[in-house]
Design a protein around this ligand. Structure first.
Ligand SMILES: Nc1ncnc2c1ncn2[C@@H]1O[C@H](COP(=O)(O)OP(=O)(O)OP(=O)(O)O)[C@@H](O)[C@H]1O
Length: 992
């Protein structure tokens, strides 16, 4: 084994000397640190020169404390009387944090200035039970002593998941203090709110003094790995907060210096508490010193060990929080009743001729009303999630609907979010249909409701309003200046349609409207243009808008536009988190508690702080849903009083799948109108809005052209029963062994075949429209009148079956034949065949029978599942199919087919029309010049087919975002594409 020998020589000697020198320096440093620590310990444990003097001083300090921090602010909490009154006259300036004990038998309360002065930090976080106790006791003291409602608290407690604030739960339930945040996202939200409160970005000229409310941010523990930027935000808030009424209590500050970036200086303007064992040291408060000041030397803090206040007794905490919550509710909570007309006045006593008006809340004892007229035509309402937007709106809607007769006010209510807003205005199902059938009661003012509506539905509503404005002859006025100085227009009476019946004012609410505008696509562009048009023209024509929603970038962008249509929205309502509907310089909505709103009638403009703002109020409004019974009773009353003949609202419910129409038994009458949509016969009249989503934008254009049959041939009832069987021996009822599903020979089918002379439509679902109605493709005698369902989505089978059912229902019993072709046995297909056969002759064939089925004499329908598969398996020449596409409709035969793949379908219809001598030229016809009609399929229902592929197929751009539960119905004849909610399975679940 080698023995290590140290280096020798001059260089080595130098290195040893250097090392010895370093060691000596370190030793001297350690000795100095020890000496300094000893001095510091001496300083905090002074040996009193004169104990009597110390006792007298403690006595004087106790007396001073009882004056500076009386009652809740300074009394020992474990001895606090149950009856101590809550809420003082003014913001508390000092609060007790513990007891100093300079001698074993000399004590005095330690107070620190906080609200109105600065902040408080503790160098350990709430995992130390002494820190947790301190935070709870300080918070309790402040809440109990502050004037009612003047102190807003936000809590952060990451390490204990919010348990630090658990005893304050009753305050959260009452809306006085939101639940604490526990992670980085929550911390950032709280910091953003505090920054909003402080508004460092507002003009330097703005005045910062906020006298009415204080925001207290209490951090029990920061989230692990809080980023340096967020720590810096806390530092900035500490510097700028006090003048704006923001104060911080931060435990665990400075945070552990893990990196150079996260190392933080002490929080400025704060009193620092340093935890020792078992006592704590309290540093000097901002701008003052506990000890006699020594010139040019920093203060040393309180020269005595301090024992921090412990957690208040839980029963006391609970009682105070419950009392505060109850007082808040008793003082401020009103009910919806307070916003409704006085009972002696009754309902519907006010006139809408000069405008609409309703109370929206109370500011103290004053009732605050807002209106819709030429000065305040439209409202913009903002708030974060769960801010009470729905509550506010419901109050407004009931307020209006109790004051104005349905002849004077009509409502359109649309919600674009995934919620249940406005479902309470949808007729209650009277028939167990789960909300899809007509029932009652509904608010008689409501024309249309869109629940979880598509953007296309929003467009349809705006088109309808635009069309209504055309009817009212509304011109586009020059923009109206918005602001406190805008001219006051003379009220314009609502136009009268005739002497007796006024033209109603229309109010349209678009909830979460940003979703309509969010995407930079054709729908977003049209929506913006229509909103601008309706907002500008509706002002003097009695058409009003309420746009509500959460803060959204699109709103910020719109506001930034100088000519923004938001200039037409002078009424701004900011609920908690909704300050973005106000001007950036207006901070009056910062820190609003739940149940309150800032209502501003000057486009959100603020004004000098302290000056009376006639155009702005902070109101409290009730939660109308606290008493569902009262709300429902009110709705029943309004419904019971409705004028005779008031139609139920047209309801579009985005999440519902319409069931296919049932096939009636032969004794039932057919339903040629197809009025089998969810709103049924109660559908309101006069709503004929467009459904085409990419056709010409003109309102009122029907989605599906209702042109007369091109070559309407006479009904075939004059033919002998059974005499129109396919002549060829391979026809569906012929030699290939196909039989009626009921086992009977088709020759025995009832007389009266083909008695319906009007062309019927193949229904595929419901149009997404203001008044949802069946989406259908009219099948007349023109070549190409067939329906192709395209896309691999398995719902295609159910939609095809639904179309067949709908057609079967619309023909007189026994008047048409159905041939059902499927590549394989399928119980759902069998069920369809069985159902159809109760009314019409039905034949089942497989791929090998397809060629024969093409020869169907008519009238009838070839219902083909998986046509791409069938044609391959059956080895069918495409030209045979093309001949059917061309000639079938002429004899009343239509193909209803589902192609899973678009390619084979595109190939089938790609063959251009060419000259072709007619097979059997009419006498005198010029056989050489006849042109064969192209083999087309006019009706396409596109499922999960991408937009680019649809564009290729149609030969023109089309807007289409494939999504579950939606399809695009295209009619080649009208070149119109309409968004459709396709049929589901008969039982509403899955697909056949
Ligand atoms: N005035 C009020 N006082 C007390 N609680 C209220 C008040 N208004 C609403 N709330 C309560 O606040 C919660 C959220 O209310 P609401 O649904 O109206 O908010 P929202 O802003 O419409 O929410 P979202 O944006 O998520 O749809 C509900 O639990 C509701 O009961």
């Amino acid at each position: 084994m080698d023995t290590w020998k140290g280096p020798t020589g001059h260089a080595a000697t130098l290195r040893w000397r250097a090392a010895a020198g370093t060691a000596a320096i370190l030793h001297r440093r350690a000795a100095a640190t020890t000496a300094a620590a000893a001095t510091a310990l001496e300083a905090i444990r002074p040996i009193p020169a004169d104990q009597r003097e110390q006792h007298e001083l403690a006595e004087r300090l106790r007396a001073a404390a009882s004056q500076l921090a009386p009652g809740w602010l300074g009394a020992p909490l474990d001895a606090q009387s149950e009856d101590a009154p809550l809420g003082g006259p003014a913001q508390p300036a000092y609060v007790r944090v513990g007891t100093a004990q300079p001698l074993d038998d000399a004590r005095f309360p330690v107070l620190v200035p906080l609200l109105g002065t600065g902040h408080l930090t503790v160098d350990a976080d709430s995992r130390d039970p002494r820190v947790a106790g301190l935070l709870r006791s300080v918070l309790l003291r402040l809440l109990a002593a502050a004037p009612a409602g003047s102190l807003l608290v936000r809590g952060v407690d990451a390490t204990a998941g919010g348990r630090l604030f658990a005893p304050f739960g009753p305050l959260a339930a009452a809306g006085l203090m939101p639940p604490p945040v526990t992670d980085r996202t929550g911390l950032r939200a709280v910091l953003a709110e505090a920054e909003q409160w402080v508004r460092p970005t507002r003009p330097a000229t703005a005045r910062y003094n906020r006298h009415d409310r204080t925001l207290l941010l209490v951090v029990g523990s920061l989230p692990e790995l809080t980023e340096a930027t967020d720590l810096a935000r806390i530092g900035a808030l500490a510097r700028e907060g006090p003048e704006a009424g923001l104060h911080l209590i931060v435990a665990g500050w400075p945070p552990p210096p893990l990196t150079a970036e996260t190392s933080q200086a002490p929080l400025s303007r704060s009193t620092m508490i340093a935890m020792r064992n078992p006592y704590a040291l309290v540093g000097d408060p901002p701008g003052a010193s506990f000890s006699a000041p020594v010139p040019h030397l920093p203060g040393t803090g309180l020269n005595a060990p301090v024992f921090l206040d412990e957690c208040p007794p839980v029963p006391l905490l609970d009682r105070v929080c419950r009392d505060l919550a109850a007082r808040f509710q008793a003082d401020y909570r009103r009910t919806l009743d307070d916003l409704l007309p006085e009972p002696p006045d009754g309902f519907w006593t006010e006139s809408a001729a000069d405008g609409l008006s309703t109370p929206v809340g109370h500011a103290g004892d004053r009732t605050v009303s807002l209106g819709f007229d030429e000065r305040t035509p439209h409202w913009l309402v903002g708030g974060r999630g769960d801010a009470g937007k729905s509550a506010f709106l419901v109050n407004v809607l009931y307020g209006l609907c109790t004051r104005y007769h349905p002849d004077e006010l009509a409502l359109y209510l649309v919600d674009f979010a995934d919620g249940t807003a406005f479902t309470e205005f949808v007729p209650e199902p009277a028939d167990g249909s789960g909300g899809t059938g007509p029932g009652g009661p509904w608010l008689p003012h409501v024309r249309a409701v869109g629940v979880q509506a598509d953007r296309e539905y929003g467009i349809a509503v705006l088109r309808e309003l635009d069309a209504e404005l055309d009817r009212r002859g509304a011109a586009d006025p020059s923009p109206v200046p918005v602001g406190p100085d805008r001219p006051v227009a003379a009220p314009v009476p609502a136009q009268r349609a005739d002497a007796d019946r006024p033209t109603p004012r229309i109010l349209c609410v678009l909830d979460e409207h940003a979703l309509l505008l969010a995407e930079d696509d054709a729908i977003g562009t049209e929506a913006l243009a229509r909103l601008e048009s309706v907002a500008r023209r509706g002002r003097s024509a009695g058409v009003h808008l309420i746009l509500t929603g959460r803060p959204a970038p699109v709103l910020t962008a719109l506001r930034a536009r100088r000519d923004s249509f938001l200039g037409q929205f002078p009424v701004r309502v900011a609920l908690p988190g909704g300050a973005d509907v106000l001007e950036p310089t207006n901070d009056s909505a910062a820190g609003l508690p739940l149940g309150t709103a800032v209502v501003n009638t000057a486009g959100g403009l603020g004004g000098p702080r302290g000056a009376t703002r006639g155009h702005e109020r902070t109101v409290r409004f009730p939660d109308p849903h606290v008493d569902p019974g009262a709300l429902s009773g009110l709705r029943h009353r309004l419904w019971a009083d409705r004028p005779a003949g008031t139609p139920a609202p047209a309801v579009f419910t985005g999440y519902l799948t319409p069931p296919p129409p049932p096939v009636p038994t032969p004794t039932d009458q057919p339903d040629p109108t197809g009025a089998d949509g969810p709103t049924g016969a109660d559908r309101p009249t006069g709503i004929d809005g467009p459904a085409g989503i990419d056709g010409p934008a003109g309102a009122g254009k029907p989605a599906v052209a209702d042109r007369p049959a091109v070559a309407d041939r006479p009904a075939v009832a004059d033919r002998p029963a059974g005499g129109d069987r396919p002549a060829g021996g391979d026809g569906p009822a012929g030699g290939d062994g196909a039989t009626g599903v009921d086992g009977s020979d088709v020759a025995g089918r009832p007389a009266g075949v083909g008695q319906l002379s009007e062309p019927v439509g193949a229904p595929v679902g419901l149009l997404v429209d203001v008044s949802p109605r069946p989406a259908e493709l009219p099948l007349d005698r023109a070549p190409g009148r067939h329906l192709a369902i395209l896309g691999a989505d398995p719902s295609g089978a159910g939609i095809l079956a639904g179309a067949a059912r709908g057609l079967a229902a619309r023909h007189p019993a026994g008047s048409v034949e159905f041939v059902i072709v499927a590549p394989a046995e399928d119980p759902a297909v069998s069920a369809l065949a069985a159902e159809l056969s109760r009314r019409h002759p039905v034949h089942r064939v497989d791929a090998t029978g397809l060629a024969g089925a093409l020869e169907l004499a008519g009238p009838g329908y070839l219902v083909a599942f998986g046509v791409d598969e069938l044609t391959t398996a059956g080895d069918l020449p495409p030209d045979r199919l093309r001949t059917l596409l061309r000639d079938g409709p002429g004899r009343g035969v239509h193909l209803l087919g589902w192609w899973r793949a678009v390619g084979p379908f595109a190939e089938l219809v790609a063959v251009p029309a060419g000259p072709e001598p007619p097979a059997d030229p009419e006498p005198g016809a010029d056989a050489g010049t006849a042109v064969a009609a192209p083999a087309t399929v006019d009706g396409l229902l596109l499922l999960d087919v991408p937009e680019a592929e649809v564009t290729r197929l149609l030969g023109r751009p089309v807007r289409w975002h494939p999504r579950p539960g939606r399809a695009l119905l295209y009619d080649r004849r009208t070149d119109l594409a309409s968004l459709v909610v396709p049929y589901g399975a008969p039982d509403g679940e899955g697909t056949p």
